[in-house]
Write a protein that binds this ligand. Structure first.
Ligand SMILES: *[C@@H]1O[C@H](CO)[C@@H](O)[C@H](O)[C@H]1NC(C)=O
Ligand SMILES: *[C@@H]1O[C@H](CO)[C@@H](O)[C@H](O)[C@H]1NC(C)=O
Length: 362
């Protein structure tokens, strides 16, 4: 599936319905690179546990910093002031007959920047804060293989589970369905996987030992309040990726086979879906976009990024030329007998073990 603006606009409609506050979108084209590198979980050294699809600034590296990202030559995303990186695990098809793995393509990444929560001025708050230099965060849990909390219970652990969502898009459009884990059918119009990021910050630490505890989710995930421990309201990020699972529809039978897709984490359940963010923004531009492009009377209310004069939107064809060469030398494409890193399939329901194999003989 190639990056398609038409698909992107369809999904906007889906996400914007019911939203009464402003937002803009950072659309990302083909990936910058795909490999086992992770500057948050495995900083300093390669390889990391599983293959990621990486978008954004060209200076992505296991040891990237705010300053190195700011010095990037290009970004594979469309907003030029944003030299951040966004990454998530890659999806593979596992042939039910041969058990071999093949990568699944997607239509690019959409990152929604949403003015949400009680801190937003339009909800009576004092305003949202731009991500500070050096800020990193993640959402979801690569070890998870099942749902542990009752839906809607509201603790931070439950919000973290609820933050990971998907829609199986089908024809006709009302035949699609949402759920937890993975679907069970083909998704003719794509498997739309989503991630809500935490939008509350402790105001002090740009990272933490578990890479999560410096952040927290809004009480309603998409709205509501920040806990007293994390009083600083941030712009809320929402990731959306549509995987072209339909390309494999002729190779499995939904009535006799299990859903034949696995995340690069070795996850056949879908619960390990997660996303990462490393800030590379021009702080002034982001703060201006947050404060001044939050207007009910113009197109910034409808997510039109071009309507925000503090942001420069580059053409998709230009962004799509921004690529870097992988530094981890191993096969990740074609037909593979093992997932990169030799990640074993771990179906749970208990948490998976994260193996780190730097010498994985294929
Ligand atoms: C990251 O590692 C590379 C390769 O070892 C090195 O050249 C570069 O200086 C390092 N960057 C930082 C910011 O430490
Ligand atoms: C958040 O949104 C949900 C769903 O629209 C709504 O039921 C709830 O009342 C909202 N909560 C707050 C605190 O605004």
């Amino acid at each position: 599936m190639k990056f398609t603006p038409a698909l992107a606009s369809l999904l906007v409609a889906l996400v914007s319905s019911g939203s009464a506050t402003a937002w803009f979108r950072v659309a990302c084209t083909g990936p910058l690179v795909q490999e086992r590198v992770d500057p948050i979980i495995s900083p300093i050294s390669n390889p990391s546990n599983h293959v990621h699809t990486v978008h954004g600034a060209s200076n992505f590296a296991c040891n990237s910093t705010y300053d190195t990202l700011r010095a990037s030559q290009c970004t594979s995303c469309l907003v030029k002031q944003d030299l951040s990186n966004y990454w998530f695990p890659r999806l593979y098809f596992q042939d039910p007959k041969t058990k071999l793995f093949e990568p699944v393509s997607n239509g690019g990444l959409l990152v929604y920047y949403q003015n949400r929560g009680d801190g937003d001025v339009r909800n009576g708050g004092k305003g949202l804060k731009a991500f500070p230099p050096g800020f990193k965060m993640l959402s979801g849990n690569p070890r998870a293989r099942s749902k542990k909390y009752p839906e809607g219970e509201g603790s931070q652990g439950e919000l973290r589970e609820r933050a990971i969502q998907w829609s199986c898009l089908r024809y006709p459009s009302n035949a699609g369905y949402d759920g937890h884990g993975f679907p069970t059918s083909d998704c003719e119009a794509g498997f739309n996987a989503r991630i809500h990021m935490p939008a509350c910050w402790d105001g002090v630490n740009v990272d933490s030992p578990d890479h999560m505890s410096h952040t927290a989710y809004l009480s309603g995930l998409d709205n509501g309040s920040c806990p007293p421990t994390h009083p600083v309201y941030l712009m809320k990020l929402f990731y959306e990726i549509t995987w072209d699972v339909h390309a494999f529809a002729s190779r499995w039978n939904p009535s006799t086979d299990k859903w034949p897709f696995v995340y690069a984490t070795g996850d056949p359940t879908g619960y390990s879906w997660h996303g990462d963010f490393q800030n590379g923004w021009d702080t002034t531009a982001l703060q201006n976009a947050i404060d001044k492009c939050n207007n009910p009377n113009d197109q910034t209310n409808n997510g039109v990024t071009e309507a925000c004069s503090y942001l420069t939107v580059q053409q998709a064809s230009v962004a799509d030329t921004c690529r870097t060469n992988p530094v981890v030398n191993e096969p990740i494409d074609g037909t593979l007998s093992k997932l990169p890193g030799c990640n074993p399939i771990q179906p749970g329901p208990g948490d998976a073990t994260l193996y780190s194999s730097s010498n994985c003989p294929f």
